[in-house]
Ligand binder design. Sequence first.
Ligand SMILES: [Mn+2]
Length: 461
Amino acid sequence: MTNEASFFEACQIVAEDIQKVNNNSPIYIFSHLDADGLTAASILAATISRVDLSYHIRILDRLEYETLNSLKDTLPQGSTVIFSDIGTGVVDAFQKWDQSQEIFIIDHHFPASKTEVSRNVHHLNSHFYSIDGTTDLSGAGVAYYVSIQMDKLNRNLAPLAIIGALGDRQDQGNQSSLIGLNKLIVEDAKKLKLISDAVSVWFFDRTRSVISILRNADFLPFDNELEIRAFLEGVNILYKKGDKLRPFYDLNEEECRRLASELIVQYGVDPNEIYKRDYQLNQEKVNFLKDARVFASNLNACGRIQQPDVGISLCLGDRQTALRNLQLIRKEYSKQIAENIRWASDNLQELEAIRLLDGRKTINDRMIGTIISMLSSKRDQNPKPLLGYTQTTSGKIKISMRLSRFQDIQIDLGHLLTQVMQKVEPQSEVGGHAAAAGAIISERFLTDFITQVNQLILEAM
Ligand SMILES: [Mn+2]
């Protein structure tokens, strides 16, 4: 049997086991607060309610042993509990759980030990079937494959799985395409005409004006709005319609192509920054949510602002209350980001090989990754890799590290952090890929960790 066939078979077994549950009590779903976690939870919620079972959702920042132990006592005997996009890393902790509970872990994170904990723990992870959970399938994707094993009609949940995969930045194929099993989900969605996926001239949130788009794309060299106006006039693209700024979506195909090729020719912009596989949600009524990547980033905002319930409602189709709340969340989120970025830019320290941001007391642990990402894609900066850290609510230190997109350096950050962590605090959580990685560490090991990371990068330069 191929890896994929074995994976589908495993999904089918999980789907059957979930339906065997005691239907007098709700199914408890625990999921992660990012876009992938929220879409995964929503897929499961929709699936469960379609078979007339009820559910409770709780969204978590992360799943540490401490959190898990405190959850244990809040759940009634005999209940069914699903962990989605979360749980693989702490699977051994379920040994201590009540044997009357049926526990399902539906995850795509690495590393995952395949240890059979006990009969009542059902552990499904894409990596067990050599399906790479960093690029080929997200947490929402694993939930989707379980869901369609329950009922083929659940294929209409495919757009949620696509949003989840894009939220986890799994669009790593040519022209930012989804690949692997994610791509099969796209095919499912296309058959139902729920998604279109042409390659387009792509910028984030094209409901904004052409001027604002060019002003905010961090890979473009424009210093101010005057330059942008001059450029647009030079290439003969109107940026106003009457006395209003023209939205990017108003540009026709020929204008988009002209804009792209002039940016490439005049400013040496990498075509891959501009031409992307454009996943559009065909049935979405709200304009700015039609772009699946933008949908994902709005879900992230809901999670980071600690209003994941709004994100779940959006996924489940609420375009009334949830949409009004989303507008407030968007405002608050941009405000927090702007404040954090301003503070961070003034407080960066510099070591030989890396830039350092001590966010303790200032940046919360849900925001540190976003802030470090944004700083690392700023053009004007010194291009050394960035390492930021802050406290978590449980008193540990969360580390987030990114390579700058403007430095040519052959380092795999995920690998490097793992290597250092094995020497400094082997039991800790660490992971990531070449350009982005993170870890959770005890405060007393922090200095040693930073020193060693700096040293290794210095040697690699
Ligand atoms: Mn995920």
